[in-house]
Write a protein that binds this ligand. Structure first.
Ligand code: BGC
Length: 392
């Protein structure tokens, strides 16, 4: 059904060379996106089936080997996450096996198989595509190795003990609220004005991306409905705006195609992007299309990466969502301690993160929107970045 709808939309409204939706490649196509776009990660609501047996808890142990599987080094945030986890765990006396899968699901499966074979006592996993990991997660469970889901929920498994993340729907809500406030959409309603907007959403194999889109739409949908926001491509659904593996290149290409296909006579006012990497791709597309400070759109992002912060200061990105990866690592480390030593980790959510098999006990950190007005206070005064890192 979705495939049919998407194909129809493509046929009638997209320029021929447009790369759209969740396609990850750079080649031009008007075909429906890959099959995985048909079945985005499940929403974290609904009933969980009963797990067969509880996820393992390692015996009370001193030290031990913690394996940390991270998705990619292609974006700054994951490099920081991996570094933080390694440092904090080593400081507590654990041996750490940190590996990055460079966004290749099968490479991550092999890495985790090797981690199990090498005698890991606990696995911390930030999945590339959690759908690819269910078999290896079952192997870990059989071997008595507890698993903690890091930032991205591990779907369709009962082998996961805890989940450390941010309020992922809250990230989307913060992006939507930022746009609403910055453009004063309620005043626009009274003044009869409108703004053009395009969406660049996250990877369909990442539950966070589904929740983020839900949060964005919880704020912006009514303005799209009443015409104060106008999406000229017509692409507002998650299926139509998701970008496989969070690819910066695809975001750039989608933006180039939107600008060529729909914004020849009118400027794009808002690029609602779900990730700083997308904001960089959008920036390149805007520059290529001749946008200047005079007509630069409002551009959002996520992660408050160093480059994004510099772009916020020079005006080529408007806002981002700061997620303190140091705090996330702290929370995750308490979960490692809990499964290794039978301690009680701090949990603040036992309802939201249903992975289709179990509701995973979670600690959710709070995301914070940043723009040029509060950037220094949030990311420099807190010590997250040094002023000199930002050229200040
Ligand atoms: C994370 C985001 C990140 C994105 C792309 C998501 O799962 O929650 O912080 O921007 O992946 O790496």
């Amino acid at each position: 059904m979705k495939r049919k709808v998407l194909s129809t939309i493509l046929a009638v409204s997209m320029v021929a060379a447009m790369v759209v939706g969740c396609g990850g490649g750079g080649s031009a196509t008007t075909e429906a996106p890959a099959a995985d776009a048909e079945a985005p990660a499940a929403d974290a609501s609904g009933d969980a089936a009963q797990a067969e047996a509880p996820a393992p808890v390692a015996a009370d142990k001193e030290g031990g080997r913690v394996a940390v599987a991270m998705p990619t080094q292609s974006s700054e945030r994951w490099i920081k996450d991996g570094g933080n986890m390694k440092e904090k765990l080593e400081a507590m006396g654990y041996e750490v096996d940190l590996q990055y899968a460079e966004d290749d699901p099968q490479a991550q499966v092999s890495q985790i198989e090797n981690m199990i074979a090498a005698g890991a006592d606990c696995l911390v996993i930030a999945a590339v595509d959690s759908g690819a990991l269910t078999t290896v997660e079952a192997q870990a469970k059989t071997a008595g190795i507890p698993i903690i889901a890091y930032d991205r929920l591990l779907m369709d498994t009962d082998a996961v003990s805890y989940y450390a993340s941010f309020d992922n729907e809250g990230v989307g809500t913060a992006i939507g609220e930022y746009i609403k406030t910055a453009k004063d959409l309620d005043a626009a309603k009274e003044a009869g004005e409108s703004y053009t907007i395009e969406f660049f959403m996250g990877s369909p194999d990442d539950n966070n991306a589904v929740l983020l889109h839900k949060g964005v739409m919880s704020v912006l949908e009514k303005y799209l409905k009443d015409g104060k926001l106008v999406c000229k491509s017509g692409r507002t659904s998650f299926e139509d705006t998701c970008i496989l593996r969070w690819s910066q290149e695809t975001a750039q290409q989608n933006c180039e195609n939107y600008l060529t296909g729909f914004y020849a006579d009118e400027d794009l006012d808002i690029a609602c992007t779900a990730f700083d990497g997308f904001a960089y791709g959008v920036k390149a597309a805007l520059q290529g299309a001749g946008y200047t400070a005079e007509n630069w759109p409002l551009v959002t992002g996520q992660d408050a990466e160093l480059m994004a912060c510099k772009n916020i200061l020079d005006g080529t990105q408007t806002a981002s969502i700061f997620k303190d990866t140091g705090l996330l690592a702290d929370k995750c480390v308490t979960m490692v301690e809990a499964v290794m030593k039978g301690a009680e980790p701090e949990i603040n959510d036992t309802e939201t993160y249903n992975n289709n098999v179990v509701v995973v006990p979670s600690y959710l950190c709070t995301p914070v929107a940043v723009d040029k007005d509060n950037l220094v206070e949030v990311v420099v005064d807190s010590g997250y970045y040094q002023a000199a890192d930002l050229g200040l």
